[in-house]
Design a protein around this ligand. Structure first.
Ligand code: SAM
Ligand code: CA
Length: 255
């Protein structure tokens, strides 16, 4: 992987770019070089970034766990996908400060609805003022607590089934596979479920040349390997594994 100096030189050489200070998520990529990731951010992402997204990104970067936020190129992609789908009703499992949530809220129409689930309201409260200022807070129904009971409650009522256009899953990795069974009932046929971090630092397929990852980085490697295998074998969905950020798997419900 190229070093930081290479990345800085590449960014300086690019024209019409927006240079930003280094962010903790800037190394969350599977691109071959960091310079290339910086190039994408500086050329195509930061110059098009809404001021409110930049403000919330800056707030999130200062958080001690800032690295767990979704990357700017990934939220740009999610926003585009939601618009392409004409999505109106979505769910997000794992909100943190609300960075991907704000991108979602901006992409939905004014009467769009997002059910946002997280066990921690304190982190969400950091992003909420920015979300309010952006004029999209009315689209968000934030619920504090574990996602599973909420999903169970939703699937227990027939009227909720097949009503969600899009679900972004970015929370407790060991439960992704259990969320999947519930979400597939809640998302409409043709709707999309997106699972984040499915390449788990590249550890799902280590190569001999890779620098060994510290044991704590491998904690969800088996979980993700099992999830990826299960999704690939699931006939109810069409699947696309993207290598953006730390891996994003799109599942389109077929029936
Ligand atoms: N999507 C966010 C963003 O773009 O910044 C990042 C989410 S962060 C990777 C994961 C979040 O999942 C944390 O905020 C954590 O509190 C939340 N979480 C963990 N376990 C959860 C659970 N069982 N139910 C709901 N949220 C959970
Ligand atoms: Ca993530």
């Amino acid at each position: 992987m190229a070093n930081k100096d290479d990345a800085a030189a590449a960014a300086a050489a690019a024209t019409e770019t927006t240079r930003e200070e280094e962010s903790p998520t800037e190394y969350k990529t599977h691109l071959k070089s960091h310079a290339l990731f910086k190039y994408i951010l500086n050329t195509s992402v930061y110059p098009r970034e809404a001021p409110c997204m930049k403000e919330l990104r800056r707030i999130t970067e200062k958080h001690p766990w800032g690295v767990i936020a979704t990357t700017p190129d990934e939220v740009q992609f999610i926003g585009m996908l939601l618009k392409l789908m004409n999505a109106k009703k979505t769910m997000e499992i794992g909100v943190f400060t609300g960075y991907s949530l704000l991108a979602t809220a901006l992409a939905l129409p004014d009467d769009g609805q997002i059910l946002a689930l997280d066990i921690n309201r304190q982190n969400y409260s950091l992003g909420l003022p920015v979300i309010q200022k952006a004029g999209v807070a009315h689209k968000i129904d934030f619920r504090e607590g574990p996602a599973m009971p909420v999903l169970d409650q939703l699937v227990s009522k027939e009227e909720n089934k097949g009503t969600f256009d899009f679900v972004f899953v970015d929370a407790d990795k060991e439960n992704y596979i259990h969320y999947h069974e519930r979400i597939l009932q809640l998302v409409r046929v043709g709707g999309v479920v997106a699972y984040d971090n499915t390449l788990w630092c590249g550890s799902v397929a280590p190569s001999p040349e890779d620098e060994p990852l510290p044991p704590e980085a491998l904690v969800y490697t088996e979980t993700m390997i099992n999830l990826n295998r299960a999704l690939a074998a699931d006939p109810r969905i069409e699947l696309s594994q993207l290598s953006i950020a730390d891996g994003l798997t799109l599942c389109r419900r077929l029936y």
